[in-house]
Design a protein around this ligand. Structure first.
Ligand code: NAP
Length: 302
């Protein structure tokens, strides 16, 4: 890529897409690696998904990030899937190499790197995960690979939690790992006890962001100094769960680190080499400022 003559084009597809932080994140990453490229925010309605992905091929876009609600739906339009994306059944990164479209999922690697970068060890810990969608699946996958002792999945729709449990029980067995995994309804009375018996809590639903009310109804008093509490939500940068947890002495982390590291991984896939010395702290501050500017604009009625 060093002797590139034409400007490369990247982008992010989603519906809606106006709040995506990926354009800012990738602007900073592209600046860091001094690559001449554009990164576009692309609103793609579900019925236009196939045409849009075909357009990526014909317009020679080098790479796309994929966000809600297209992470599963885009798969049918791709030529190949990386192993991790195939197992998860979700794609958040598409590469285009001379017209060959390949799907990847960088959320697992992003979450694992975010843990490592923050000195959070999942090894032999007991985790509680809220949610059973794509993000929760990536979190479970990452925790299992990191050697967590147990995972308790809590979800509103318990059947979805059971499906995730069953998928990962098979994965654990086939990889001859030791993690135990269970699935429970969010309104179960044993939630408080599970939180007390755990040291790692991961919130992987959209609750706490934007227009979502705080409806999980978690027993905050079961959280204390022994806990690390991670919320994958990053807008606001401190959700009610993180505020309540911090007040009770827990260590907290929002979803920005995962977002940044999954983005670095995506760019590494597109350019075909590792990126070193990324100024993660500076980029995080830029993203936080943009989130706060946006909240200010909303509260001012703009
Ligand atoms: P998803 O596949 O649509 O799953 C949504 C999950 O949230 C489901 O488990 C759903 O429960 C639960 N949920 C939704 N509304 C709820 C409510 N009102 N009360 C209780 N549970 C509710 O979404 P996803 O892709 O997993 O994403 C989840 C969140 O993670 C999003 O906010 C996304 O932005 C964030 N995320 C962050 C990163 C990052 O890099 N930081 C990466 C990926 C995702 P049911 O099954 O009962 O419907």
């Amino acid at each position: 890529l060093t002797d590139q003559t034409e400007e490369l084009i990247f982008g992010v597809i989603g519906f809606p897409i106006n709040h995506s932080l990926s354009p800012i994140l990738h602007r900073e990453l592209l600046r860091h690696i001094r690559l001449k490229a554009s990164y576009l925010r692309l609103l793609v309605e579900p019925e236009e998904l196939g045409n849009s992905i075909e357009g990526m091929r014909s317009l020679n876009y080098r790479g796309l990030n994929v966000t809600a609600p297209h992470k599963e739906g885009c798969i049918q339009y791709l030529d190949e899937l990386a192993e991790g994306a195939e197992f998860l059944g979700a794609v958040n990164t598409i590469s285009n190499e001379d017209g060959l479209l390949r799907g990847f999922n960088t959320d697992v690697a992003g979450f694992r790197t975010a843990l490592r970068a923050n000195g959070i060890l999942a090894f032999e810990e007991h985790a509680v995960v809220f949610g059973a969608g794509g993000a929760a699946a990536a979190v479970c996958h990452a925790l299992i690979l990191d050697g967590v002792n147990s995972i308790r999945i809590y979800n509103r729709n318990v059947d979805r939690a059971r499906a995730l449990q069953s998928k990962y029980s098979k994965f654990i067995e086939s990889a001859e790992l030791e993690t135990t995994i269970s699935a429970t309804s969010l309104d179960s009375s044993n939630l408080e006890k599970s939180i007390s018996n755990s040291n790692l809590i991961i919130q992987a639903t959209p609750v706490g962001t934007g227009s979502f009310e705080d409806v999980l109804g978690l027993p905050f008093d079961a959280i204390g100094r022994e806990h690390v509490v991670i919320d994958l939500v990053y807008n606001p940068t401190k959700t009610r769960l993180l505020r309540e947890s911090e007040m009770r002495g827990a260590r907290i982390m929002n979803g920005l680190d995962m977002l940044i590291y999954q983005g670095i991984k995506a760019l590494e896939i597109w350019i075909g080499s590792e990126i070193s010395s990324v100024p993660v702290k500076e980029i995080k501050t830029i993203l936080e400022d943009s989130i706060n500017d946006e909240s200010l604009a909303i509260s001012n009625g703009r």
